[in-house]
Structure formats: structure tokens, C-alpha cells
Design a protein around this ligand. Sequence first.
Ligand code: BGC
Length: 571
Amino acid sequence: MKKAARRGIASGAAALMLSAGAVAMAAPQAAAAEACTVSYKVNTWSGGFTATLSVTNLGDALKNWTLEWDFPGDQKVTGSWNTHVAQTGRHVALRNVAHNASLAKGATVTPGVQGTHSGAVTMPTAFKLNGRTCAVVPSSAAPAVRSADARAAAERAADRVDNPYQGAKVYVNPDWAAKASAEPGGDRVADQPTGVWMDRRAAITGTNGARGLREHLDTALQQGANLVQVVIYNLPGRDCAALASNGELGPDDLDVYQTEFIDPIAEIFQDPKYADLRIVTVVEIDSLPNLITNVSPRPTATENCNRMKENGNYQKGIAYALRTFGAIPNVYNYIDIGHHGWLGWDDNFQPTVDLLAQVARDSGSMANVHGFITNTANYGALTEPYFSINDTVNGRSVRESTWVDWNRYVDELSYAQAMRRALAQAGFGDGTGMLIDTSRNGWGGSDRPTGPGPQTDVDAYVDGGRLDRRIHPGNWCNQAGAGLGERPTAAPASGIDAYVWMKPPGESDGSSTEIPNDEGKGFDRMCDPTYEGNERNNFNRSGALPDAPLSGHWFSAQFQELMRNAYPPLS
Ligand code: BGC
């Protein structure tokens, strides 16, 4: 039912083509001039607006294009996406950017502008594409992603399949695959699906030679894939407890996040040509958990996390993303829930569940959330076969061991399943599905234990038997000794939608020394192998590999190590 509504956009355009045809009979020259359709969606607030346009070329293919109009009111354009913009007086000209310069017959581009106004925002009624008049599709036929109320969202949710991974062919990112297969032995894993990271505005159109979002979705269609995994990672004041993945947006840039990041991504997602792709979004890793564990009065509080808690921009940004993507029937939103070595303690677990429920409600409907993901870009073992949380040694619980330190969970699978139960109870419902990132939690190789540790005391028992060989479970950067984990698999265990490789293996978590850059990334000493730690890893060594590049950049030595220590091993 909702798909039909979505396709109404296309039929609206068709209706306009018909009316253009009708005009053609009366005035052939005018008809020849009506060579395009334009629809737009405007959002306004006091003093500001955004307008997203959808421009379809009905005439001959164009090598370059310019769309022009005159504002009836006093709007002033201050920025744009998918386009270059210039305004003189009331006259506005949008010019193509490199990636959308050529516009085939029947092709659509979706540029957008944002700006300021003092009076009412009235959109123009006449547009010209390369000097030729366009037919205007009534804005009611244009996508209105923000008007969705809770009921509509619930209806749309009913359109979604329970587990999008079930029976799906998942997109293999050729940009990652090329790097993987350029490594000796890399061909053994280069055909695995990995997450596509939208980690800054420029990633939408493509950065550092990597393809942009549209090209990824187009390539997915070419591959015959029907599921694409997209990580949404650009919150204001990102990565407030660490430095390695600080982002491009300042703590107060909520508006930029919404209009220049989330909106343009949504615009692409809802292009009718992608309607049959299941789009899995992983929404903003590490953010909400930081508001639980790294704020005052905890000893682990950071100034930046306190600030983000105070201004509410993590919650607002995520609620906005959930609402906007949740209105698109083929998008499946999964929210990040850290990992067991972060939130598995009683003090952290339920408060996180409550915060997630609150943010989902703020989005307008809990049905905007399809599920949750654990262990993204982390190293926690999937299962610990040689000890369990219920074991005791000489009358002492393993919870008393230094490694477990009163945590309730010892591995990701038990944590994910417990979280699922708690989240279902908090209002997300029984259909809630979980993903576990197994890209780097294999812990194979020669150091892998083959049986339980000695029963001399709890520490010997846990340390001798644990697969996770990290120095401390709080260590998170480029961990030495780690290996590729379970290969991506659909429905591998009860309540789990899939094991996924959301963090692409071989991409660094952060640089081991300071590297100047224009990505907003800082230097976090947790990535420096000589560092002796902080409150968050109880002042242990960082366990990081040396000579690492900036986060997200290719780290050949890490990739080789992950392959060497893969478990299950690579054949
Ligand atoms: C980085 C991102 C990158 C992602 C995937 C993060 O640590 O901050 O820039 O896209 O990892 O590698």
C-alpha cells in the first residue's frame, strides 16, 4: 500500500507529461519548450528554509544543466547540495556538479537549497532547465518525508519484512573490495559485503576516489543485490569521549546535520528507482551510549560529552534521522548499542535502554526503529565457549575476576539477546532484530585458547580460557592479535537478524601518532601502542597496532593481521 503511495511521485510526473502533451496540441512551440518537470518540497522555520527539488529531463540528453527561477518573496539562498548555486536579486541559478552533469532523457536529479527569509516562504511557479520551461509537479505529489505521524509510520513498518537479511543478496562495496583484493591473500574475503560509511557530508557525493551514495545504490542494482548497508555517522560533536573519529560538525551544528546531511541522504534513498532495495541504516555509532557512561558525575566524563548531553543534539539529531528515514518504506533503521564491554554493567544497561526508547519516541514512533546493532567496529568476542557468567571457581563468581569486573555479560551474543529482550519490553516490540558486527572479533591464530583455563582462581580461569585476548575490554583502537570473525550471515541465531561486517576490515580506527588532516579527526592516544591508558580502560596499555593511519584510512598491516588471525580461519 505504501509502495503505491511512493510511486505516486512517478505517476504525478506522468500526469504532468500528459498535460504537457495537451499543451503541445494547442501550441507546439511551447510544448517543445516544456522539456522537464520540477517538483519541490519546502520546509520552513522562523527565518530559515530548505527546498529539495526533483528535476526530470524530458528532452534530449544534456551534457551540463542549469535550473533557473525567480523567488516571488525575499528568500536568500545560503547553501545547497548536489548543485552549485548563485543568486542575483530574486534570480537563482543552480548548476550541475561534476557527478550529476550529464542528464539523460528521463533522468532525474535531486538538488536542494537552504536559505533565509523574513516574510512568508513562497516557492516560484516557473522553472527553466537550460533555458527551456519546465512543468511544475504539484508539491503535494512530491515526497513529504517529515510529515509522517506515528500511525503512518506504523503502517509503513507493516510493509517491511521482519528480517531484511533473510534471503537477501547483500551489496559488496567495490571500493572496499578493490583494496582488499590488492592485498596478498585478500581475494579470500574481497567478495564479502561491508558497510558503506556516510561519515561526512562530502561522502554523499563521494570522497577520496570512493563512490558517492547514489553510485553505491546504482552499483548495488547492477550487482543484482537487494540489500545495502549504510552507516550514518556525522552527528554534531561526534565521538565526544574520544578524538580519533571527531567529525566535521561542531557541537551546535544540528541544523547543518539535518539539512545538509540527513535530508540529502533521504532524498537519495527515496528515489523510486531504489524502491526494491532494502536499505539498512546503522544510525550513529557510539553516540547515545556516551551520554550514559561518559558524562558527569561519572569519573569517565568528558567535557564534550557533558556538552552534548546539555545541548541535546545527539538525541535530536538521531530522532530526526529516525523520523526522516523511517518515513521511507524500504529503509530499515538499526541503532547502535555499543557492545557488552561498554554497556553490560547494570549501571549502564537499563539507562541505555530507557534513553533509546526516549529517542525513538521523540522521532514520532518507535516503529521508526527496526532493530539495533552491537559491536560496531569493536572487538568483543561473539561467544566465549570456555567460561560463562554463571561459573564459579573456589566459590567465587567469574564476575569477580579482573577481566569481567562485575559485568553481566562475557560476550556479544548473550549481550545482544539480553538487550533485545529489554528493548522489546521497553516498547520496541517482539519484532526487534539485532545485528552483530563480526568484522574483527574472530580471535583465532596461535594464541587462541583451546579449552578452559585452570581452576586455581577466577582470574586464572577467565584469563586462560577467554578468546578475547585484549589487554582490557575497554581497548578499542586497532587491536593487536584480532582476527576476522564470523563471515556475514543472515539469521544465524535466535533474535539475530544477521552477523555483518559493518566496519570494513582494513580500515583504521585511528592514527597511532598525530597526523594533520582536514577531516576533523583528532589524535587519540588509545591508538598509540605506547600509551598507558585512562579511566575508560582502567589505565592499561592501549594494545593498539603501531604505524596506523587516520581512522577510516586503509591500514594494510591491520588487514593482514585480521586475515592471519581469522576465526573461522580462512582456507
Ligand atoms: C572513521 C570513519 C570511517 C569509518 C569506517 C571510523 O572510525 O571515523 O571516517 O568511515 O571508521 O572505516
